[in-house]
Each structure stands twice: as C-alpha cells, then as structure tokens.
Design a protein around this ligand. Sequence first.
Ligand SMILES: *Cc1c(COP(=O)(O)O)cnc(C)c1O
Length: 374
Amino acid sequence: MPEPLQFIDLAAQRVRLGRTIDEAIARVLQHGCFIMGPEVAELERRLAEFTGASHVVTCASGTDALILPLLALGVGPGDAVFVPSFTFAATAEAVALCGATPIFIDVDARHFSLDARCLPAAIDLAERHDLRPVGVIPVDLFGHPADYPAIQAIARRSDLWVLADAAQSFGATLGGCRVGRFGIATATSFFPAKPLGCYGDGGAVFTDDEHLADVMRSLRTHGQGREKYDNVRIGINGRLDTIQAAILLRKLDIFEDELARREAVAHQYSVGLSGLVSVPTVADGNISAWAQYTISLIQRDRVAENLREKGIPTAIYYPKPLHQQVAYRGFPRSPEGLHTSVRLAEGVLSLPMHPYLRPSDQERIVEALKAVIR
Ligand SMILES: *Cc1c(COP(=O)(O)O)cnc(C)c1O
C-alpha cells in the first residue's frame, strides 16, 4: 500500500516556517510576559489590518469568542437566538450557557449554512414560546461565508443582531470584503485544525463597535473595570496566551499564500470530482477559506471505509445535527423542519485538505474515489 496521507498536515507547515516559530516562542520565554504580553497587542493590530475590522479582541478559544459578544450584548434568560442545526456544538452551546434559548434553523444544501428563508417563521415561533427574539448566529461552515446579505435583510426588519460564527472561515471574503466585517461582531477560532491555527486553543472577536469592544475586553478579564481589582461586571478568564499570539504572528505572515494554496487544492478536487459526487460550490465573487473540502454522496460510510483501506483519511463533519444530540434535543426547532441538516449528516464526507497537499496525492484521492463509486 502507498504511504498513508495526512488529513491535515501541520508538520509540512512547520517545516516551511523553519525556526521562526521556535525563535518567537523563545522571545516570550525570555521576556516572561505570558499573560497579555506585547505579542497579544501586536497580533490584535495585525488582525485588524488583515480584516479591516476596527477592533479586535483576542481570547482563549473560538467558543469564548462567541460567549464574549453574547455576554456583552446582555443575552440571557427569555432571549431566543437562531442558530443552524448543522454545525459544531459551540454555536448553540454559547447561547445556552448564557441562559438564552437556541432555536434550530435548517441549512441550505448548496453552501451548508443557515437558510435565511426559514428565519421569519422561526421568529414567529419564538414569540409563540414567549421568548424575545434577539439575534441570529450564522455559521460559515467549512470556510464558506454564510449568505449575510439575505440574513441581514431579515434581521434588520425584525431588529435582531447578527453574530457571525466564522470559526472555520477566517480569511474568506464575501463581495470583496474579508470575514470579520459582517454583523455586529464576528467570532473566529485559532484551534490548530482551523485555517489559521495556533499550537493550542485561541480565538478572536472582530467588531466595528467601540463600546462593544471595550465591554468584551473587560469581560475577558473577569469584568475588570478601570482599576485591576475593581470588577464592574461578571466576566470570564478568556485571554489568549502570549505564546499563542507569538505563534499566530509568524503563521499570519504566510497565511495569504496558504489561502491561495487551499483554493488551488479545492479547484483540483472540483475538476476531478464534479459529475461523480456533489461538490461544494462558492457563490460568484466570494472566496472560501476552505477549512474543509466536503462532498456529499450516497453510501458515504462504505466509501470512507474503502478510502481508509487505501491509506486515505477522511472525516465526517458532522454525523449528527445538533437538534438530535442529547444536550440539545429539548430546544425549539424551525417550524419548517430540519430536513437538509438531517440529510447532510447522512451523506457528507470531508477529504484531506491543507495548503501542502501535493497534486500527485490529490490525484490518488480522486482516482480512489472514482474506483469505489463506479
Ligand atoms: C471550532 C468551532 C468553534 C469553537 O472553536 P474552539 O476554538 O474550538 O472553541 C465554534 N464554532 C464552529 C463552527 C467551529 O467549527
């Protein structure tokens, strides 16, 4: 059997970066400011430059990047927040942790993200449940920006805020604008497997709202006020480690090039696989961050097993939509059903995707898929 492939090859990136990361970490060890050291402020500046967002608040994880804006917006018991069912748990978890009620909405099969057409009926449903509809959290699943123009049009009419869960889409663009500028705030994650990952947990919130940014900065340090031991609100310990900021700065240097490589990998997959399976599409004028290259097909489990035997790893994101999971099945659901979420969970398969995937290895993956599907 040929050598097994990697699903995400972090070692290849490490080889490319050479000693720059080791040196960046060594500098932090030397200055010793492990909490809110100078690298954190520098990273926030660089991320603001990269996205065009006015304010960047780094934090300890992508989950905290969702919790911080929800806390800052005062979301709590009696509030309803609309979230897709076909996503990672953190999207709904952050809402429930704040004491609010997540309401599950179906996704659109073409871009895997929240189907704006289902929002109006869900808003009515919230009111029938005696809940106050306050906001919506679209998820840029697999790296494709959600349909923000459509979602925002409905949100504006119903006086809802939009919080973007861009954990998987950092670096993507919509209508020429980078992720980080849509909605009242954008949350992203630097978990190692995300498009821009650190060597542990990390995240950031982007916003153009200065007051919101100030409140989130306070919240990430236990609700600290002007003076260190005068807390003015209930917060969390949600800071990004200086060492992770130092690592991210060096990875950000090559990030645009990595995005272009991901785009090339996705293109080669799509050329090889269209007509054979359902391939992901990106709306005209948009660029995906290609966190995952996800196809959908019948007999998914048989195909995955066959690929595994040939040394080709795959992953299933996600085998169960949230509304079917033990912790979440009690929350309200869109009156229009969650059929697409259920169907996708049965058929999706993510293929190896990273900026260093060689064309010859991709050829091997495409040929293996052709052999098992034909
Ligand atoms: C990864 C992820 C998160 C959470 O990020 P962490 O850094 O792991 O806390 C939230 N939402 C989505 C859609 C994700 O993929």
